[in-house]
Design a protein around this ligand. Sequence first.
Ligand SMILES: *Cc1c(COP(=O)(O)O)cnc(C)c1O
Length: 377
Amino acid sequence: MSDEKIWLSSPHMGGEELKYIHEAFEQNWIAPLGPNVNEFEKSLEDYLGNNVSVAALSSGTAAIHLGLKLLDVQAGDEVICQSMTFAASANPIQYLGAKPIFVDSEIETWNICPQALEDAIKDRIKKGVKPKAIIGVHLYGMPYQHKEIREISEKYEIPVLEDSAEALGSFYDGRACGTLGDIGILSFNGNKIITTSGGGALVAHSEGIKNKAVFLATQARDDAPHYQHSEIGHNYRLSNVSAGIGRGQMKVLNQWVEARRQVFEFYKGFLKDFEQIVLQSNPSDKFSPNRWLTALYFDDKNGYDLRENLRLKLLEKSIESRPLWKPMHLQPVFKDFPYYGSSVSENLFSKGICLPSGSNLTLEEKDRIKRVIIDIL
Ligand SMILES: *Cc1c(COP(=O)(O)O)cnc(C)c1O
């Protein structure tokens, strides 16, 4: 029987991860600091370039929380956030007692719409509150419209927190995603392009900001022999054991990105014959996505039914797929906050789907998926 479960995106080890875990045990660095943490940070800095400084943290969510703090977001402030995303982009706004303002996506990259963003900023300023930060997200590894977003950020002097949780290995105009915002964040959760089982990182443009992130992530201890605190801190550092997995994963990052891109090409190859299917695609060759997940929508008034039919048939054959991210302004927990834009993200959510995209998909698995999809369409 060939119906073993095919996952959307599962962990894919490269082979050297255990070596670094063994080192951690041999040296007794079983703590949220140590050589693996330092070396993992260094390899991320080398990979990302642009003179960034990286702080390895316990999750991408923790990185967003600290990132917003470093951008001076405080209780009562407003923070603009791309509506179509995972809840982890927006939750930290609420951890800080600040208020999320949600903004629609544009139809090219499916990420934050520059026009809706500027409308939102103008209206909030008119209402008497200038937003404190903008959270943009590279959904499924597709870079947002960086040039346009940057211009708006500079025009209104509002910094960008770049949620690059899904976009390690993506580039915009030759520049690594994660380095485009005033502060960037990465995630190494089990389903991401590389994993530390659970983990994340904050990407800073100065050593000073990185040090401040590490300070806040280690309970904000003042420089004193006793435990002294002048600020509220967190316990957000990455474990040295987990960082060992990260060191191993960095060795295969480029290969895994290449494999994900091949998965995308595989789908594109046989889906191009179906007119109503629109794959998430690069607006221009400035955009170099890592293709974390291959995603598409049905451009049809029955798009929702076509999507559900496909999803359920795949499920029947033990193949995982998932609707696109449900926009935050439609979530019960966020429905009362302001929203700017039209129905681009709502449409994508109702008609779109992500297909299995792991870098470890075998030829047999790809064949199984293809047969099911062709059969339905
Ligand atoms: C995964 C993810 C996060 C959160 O990262 P964790 O490491 O799981 O906390 C944030 N934003 C987006 C867009 C994500 O996909």
